[in-house]
Design a protein around this ligand. Structure first.
Ligand code: HDE
Length: 678
């Protein structure tokens, strides 16, 4: 049976419940006649234990919370579907990668890594990008991040890494941040983290939107085709809107102004029909070429430069439906990199090998037992049959006496399927060696790709990375750790280390050998791969009563036609009246909105009469300018930006020409105007 994009939705329908219009009952289905008062012995007397409704309600409430994820606690998810552009039959027998006419339902959860469940969305951090494909051969999970490499090479170090970046244990500070002593102490003593930390200090770690970031499977996996031929593979998600980021000052302010910035953005985009899209790409290396590279392809701190191993785009994922209930779906979803289907297998990457253990283990405590696969969000859309039984929260009612193999009673079923019948057979990789607790020498180089990343950056990106290091290490209290951290940076790039040393009050590294790698991989630079576009970007229109009705309506319509999302900001809520009687509804006030929540600002006029509003508008515009955003002004709105220096991102026309909206939109398509930085 071919899969279709709605098969998961249909399955979920049987679990959806809506209480609207119903009578209140207990969980036993008994109608209750009283909802406000517990049972008491006399109106002013003690509550009686026999009030089963009170007891049940309170007990359930007392147990509402479950442990948050140990990492990736803060996340948000959506449904969608994956469609293939071309059959991948030559490379893999995975059923969902064979037929371009099949649409596979997916559920994707995006997350930050370090923060607790209630932490801010815009913090500096890697982002999780976990996709569950509900295929007809079972669930396939691609549990990735928005950074293509990882901090460590061996899973045994994961608890150390996580302990170092979580809030420090003696005072539980800081929340959702690596800018503290223990993380940088870890960094300077575990130099395999150098490459990932370069990415983390770049603007990749402060994405503008979940819709505008890449995803990477990070590890090397295997594709296996029908003939049994295997190839090494790495997975990539490429956002159709391009990769876009915030700036650091803005990201910090957003964490206060709207801690839900990224989840709101995703939610609203889907509600408005701006469905996020990501193309799936694969890099493949033949098994014969395993040793043809100057790095070990099993080392998760290394990427495969896209210039050397091109990314083949094979399909597209579209997210088109929000969840009904965040707890039931987003919180209870259980991802696992070990959820694979026939045609996809593992490599010996020691980080991946350890992950294969950790995910089930963590779900057992987080979701309270071994039956979490029965939760609606986790169920495969295909049937499943085995002899696993019982345990907390078992929902399936297995009939019949047989729960063992082999058996005669049920004619030896359920029976393993042959490969021809779709059975997953582990790839028979030849392995030999002594049992050792050592790392291969081929994992020893910690700096070459960190340097390659640095070499690939534009000046603007380099400046941001330098500032990020200076901020993070600047927050470290121990001067020794600041010095050690700068010394490690010196092994990547001496000039970068010297700048950071100067900013954080320590010495430039002495006797540290700088990496001499000159290679660049332009594919890792956001700026060099900028996709220009304005679709779904948010424009704040500052306006007050008396605005120029005709011009402003025309400009707003052109903004909307281009696919942007304009919103009206004023000094108070309600309806604004233009000079010709045009009416517009205010979306936000200066109190409820802020320039950091928008991609661009257009001052349409009408606010000059009220001195307080004028002051707020001026500061709104100036802040947007300082975050390199496109700014436009017409009519008396031009007064707000009179003292800002002219540049291509500042469009000021007292009487707007017919090209005003076009010029503004072209500037917005640039995302930011970095010339203001220098
Ligand atoms: Fe995870 N990781 N991880 N991780 N990871 C978890 O599983 C772990 C790693 C990633 O939205 C946990 O259900 C170990 C790399 C994502 O529900 C836990 C190691 C990558 C998510 C766990 C890693 C990831 C997790 C916590 C090193 C990118 C969120 C809760 C060996 C390829 C999934 C949970 C979601 C979650 C363990 C490293 C991605 C504890 C031991 C590398 C996106 O099992």
């Amino acid at each position: 049976m071919a899969n279709n994009e709605n098969s998961k939705d249909k399955q979920l329908e049987q679990f959806r419940v809506n209480n609207k219009g119903e009578k209140l009952t207990t969980n036993q289905g008994v109608r209750v006649s009283e909802g406000e008062h517990s049972l008491k012995a006399g109106e002013r007397g003690p509550t009686l234990m026999e009030d089963f409704h009170f007891r049940e309600k309170m007990t359930h409430f007392d147990h509402e919370r479950i442990p948050e994820r140990i990492v990736h606690a803060r996340g948000f998810a959506a449904y969608g579907y994956f469609e293939l552009y071309q059959s991948m039959k030559e490379y893999t027998k995975a059923g969902f990668l064979q037929d371009p006419s099949v649409k596979t339902p997916v559920f994707v959860r995006f997350s930050t890594v370090a923060g607790s469940r209630g932490s801010g969305d815009s913090v500096r951090d890697a982002r999780g990008f976990a996709t569950k494909f509900y295929t007809e051969e079972g669930n396939y999970d691609l549990v990735g991040n928005n950074i293509p490499v990882f901090f460590i090479q061996d899973a045994i170090k994961f608890p150390d890494l996580v302990h170092s970046f979580k809030p420090e244990p003696h005072n539980e500070m800081p929340q959702a941040a690596t800018a503290h002593d223990t993380f940088w102490d870890f960094f300077s003593n575990n130099t395999e983290a150098a490459h990932m930390v370069m990415w983390n200090m770049s603007d990749r770690a402060i994405p503008r939107s979940y819709r505008m970031m890449e995803g990477f499977g990070v590890h090397t996996f295997r594709f296996i085709n029908e003939q049994g031929k295997a190839r090494f593979v790495k997975f990539h998600w490429k956002p159709v809107l391009g990769v876009k980021s915030l700036v650091w000052d803005e990201a910090q302010k957003i964490a206060g102004k709207d801690p839900d910035f990224h989840r709101r953005d995703l939610w609203e985009a889907i509600e408005m029909g701006d469905y996020p899209e990501y193309e799936l790409g694969v890099q493949m290396i033949d098994e014969e070429d395993e040793f043809s590279f100057d790095f070990d392809i099993l080392d998760p701190t290394k990427l495969w430069p896209e210039e050397d191993v091109p990314v083949k785009i094979i399909g597209k994922m579209t997210l088109n439906r929000n969840v009904d209930n965040v707890f039931a779906e987003t919180e209870q979803v259980a991802f696992h990199p070990g959820h694979v289907v026939p045609g996809i297998d593992f490599s010996n990457d020691p980080l991946l090998q350890g992950r294969l253990f950790s995910y089930t283990d963590t779900q057992l405590i987080r979701l309270g037992g071994p039956n979490f696969h029965e939760l609606p969000i986790n169920r495969p859309v295909c049937p499943y049959h085995n002899n696993q039984r019982d345990g907390y929260g078992r929902m399936t009612i297995n009939t019949g006496p047989v729960s063992y193999h082999k058996n005669s009673i049920d004619n030896n079923t359920p029976a393993p399927a042959s490969e021809e019948e779709g059975g997953h057979a582990h790839y028979q990789e030849k392995v030999e060696g002594r049992k050792v607790q050592r790392r291969s020498d081929s994992f020893k180089d910690h700096y070459s790709q960190a340097k390659m990343f640095w070499n690939s950056m534009t000046d603007v990106e380099k400046e941001h990375i330098t500032e990020a290091f200076s901020f993070e290490i600047g927050k470290v209290k121990s001067k020794d750790i600041r010095q050690q951290s700068v010394n490690v940076i010196g092994s990547i790039d001496a000039a970068l280390a010297a700048k950071v040393a100067d900013a954080v009050g320590v010495n430039p590294p002495k006797d540290v050998e700088e990496s001499n790698v000159t290679k660049e991989s332009p594919a890792v630079s956001m700026e060099k791969n900028k996709i220009k576009g304005v679709a779904t970007r948010k424009i704040a229109i500052l306006a007050g009563n008396g605005f120029h009705g005709k011009d402003v309506s025309k400009i707003t319509k052109e903004f909307e036609k281009a696919g942007t999302r304009p919103e009206i900001i004023s000094n108070k809520q309600g309806v604004l009246k233009g000079d010709d009687g045009t009416e517009i509804e205010v979306d936000h006030t200066f109190l409820t909105a802020d320039s950091v929540l928008f991609d661009a600002v257009y001052a349409a006029g009408g606010l000059n009469e009220d001195p307080k509003a004028k002051k707020q508008a001026v500061s709104f515009m100036h802040e947007a300018f300082s975050h390199y955003k496109t700014i436009g002004a017409t009519h008396d709105g031009v007064d707000f930006i009179a003292d800002l220096p002219a540049d291509s991102g500042l469009i000021s026309e007292t009487s707007p020409s017919k090209d005003f909206a076009d010029t503004f939109l072209n500037a917005l398509a640039e995302h930011r105007h970095w010339n203001r930085q220098f």
